[in-house]
Design a protein around this ligand. Structure first.
Ligand code: DAH
Length: 349
């Protein structure tokens, strides 16, 4: 092989490679061509193997031709790579573009349950007066739910509360009152008075209808100290009723019966709908009952180990469901438990 033939072969390689590079689409293909053409097993190296047949004076020219061919190919590859990289960048920027004018996805925000609104409001009021908030178990013993609350086994007032018994001794609490007994037992009266409220769920064997539910919520209240009188009860509950239902409400105490208080009473407020004229909410009476209350029965104090000749106090119990229904004009207690968001979302406050 002579110089002219080698030159011809180099030209053929140049044409082949440049043609192949014309059609590449990806950086991977470019790299493949680079390795194939410029590598140790590539065509240029093959041609150069024939250099031993060339007269020595012409050999430098062969080297020069090969180097020139290599650099032509390398430059072409570099420019194609640069083009492809620029295109890839533009493409990825295009794909990542965010259309800030697109409408956002709506976020569903929940609301506090209406019963939580009530318990929060009641808690805030009593915490402000220095009461502690105490919780008690929903599965309760007959002992705390009834016996300690002055309701021995044969007491007729047990029929006032239809009970879910689990065993003869354990039941689902029918009232939050047992938390009174639990807290009194533990309280150290040498450190000061006991002032507590206890919100929580209670259960009764009732058939559910618009005004009855087999589970509902109560808030229990208890104050025990020396020299507590009914005036304390009236002042506290009047302030509470005004806080919840408006400052212009008047309060009336009506005699009633609960086994754990003596005397017992029910607290009524003037109707917030008609102001006392008489309407459908107050059933024409002008008054609405909001809670039960009374002076703690000495038997309840003694059962919890509190000396009833020294200490006394008042207690009250209110139905959160009833308060919620009155306050927000809810007609069916079941809507508090069926979790229809269209109902629940109304109470955003
Ligand atoms: N536990 C009573 C009930 O469920 C409510 C109640 C009334 C609680 C008077 C009291 C109270 O503490 O003094 O019907």
């Amino acid at each position: 092989m002579n110089l002219a033939e080698m030159k011809q072969q180099f030209d053929a390689i140049r044409q082949d490679v440049l043609a192949a590079l014309e059609t590449v689409q990806t950086l991977k293909e470019v790299e493949q061509i680079r390795v194939q053409q410029l590598g140790k097993k590539g065509p240029i190296t093959e041609v150069l193997k024939n250099i031993k047949n060339i007269v020595p004076e012409e050999r430098p020219q062969v080297g020069a031709l090969a180097n020139e061919l290599r650099s032509v190919i390398e430059e072409k590859i570099a420019s194609i790579k640069a083009d492809l990289e620029a295109k890839a960048l533009v493409e990825s920027l295009r794909k990542e573009t965010i259309d800030v004018t697109m409408p956002g996805r709506p976020m569903t925000v929940g609301t506090k349950h209406v019963l939580s609104h009530v318990s929060d409001e009641v808690e805030d009021f009593f915490i402000g007066l220095g009461y502690q908030v105490v919780e008690g178990p929903e599965v309760e013993s007959d002992h705390y739910n009834f016996e300690m609350m002055n309701l021995p086994k044969d007491h007729p007032a047990r029929d006032m509360q239809d009970t879910f018994y689990i065993t003869p001794e354990y039941l689902l609490r029918t009232q939050t009152s047992p938390v009174q007994a639990r807290t009194m037992e533990k309280h150290d009266f040498s450190k000061g008075p006991l002032k507590m409220i206890s919100p929580g769920r209670v259960f009764r064997r009732d058939n559910d209808d618009a005004t009855h539910s087999h589970q509902f919520y109560q808030i229990e209240g208890l104050v025990i100290d020396k020299h507590i009188t009914m005036a304390d009860l009236k002042g506290t509950l009047a302030a509470f009723a005004k806080e919840l239902f408006g400052q212009e409400r008047e309060v009336r105490l009506r005699p009633s019966y609960f086994p754990f208080t003596e005397p017992s009473l029910e607290v009524d407020i003037t109707c917030f709908k008609c102001g006392g004229q008489g309407c459908s909410i107050c059933k024409g009476t002008g008054w609405i009952e909001i809670l039960g209350s009374g002076m703690v029965h000495p038997n309840v104090l003694e059962a919890a180990g509190v000396d009833s000749s020294v200490y006394g106090g008042f207690a009250f119990g209110l139905g959160q469901d009833r308060i919620a229904m009155l306050k927000y004009g809810i007609e069916d207690i079941r809507s508090l438990y069926t979790n229809d968001v269209r109902f629940l979302n109304q109470f955003t406050k």
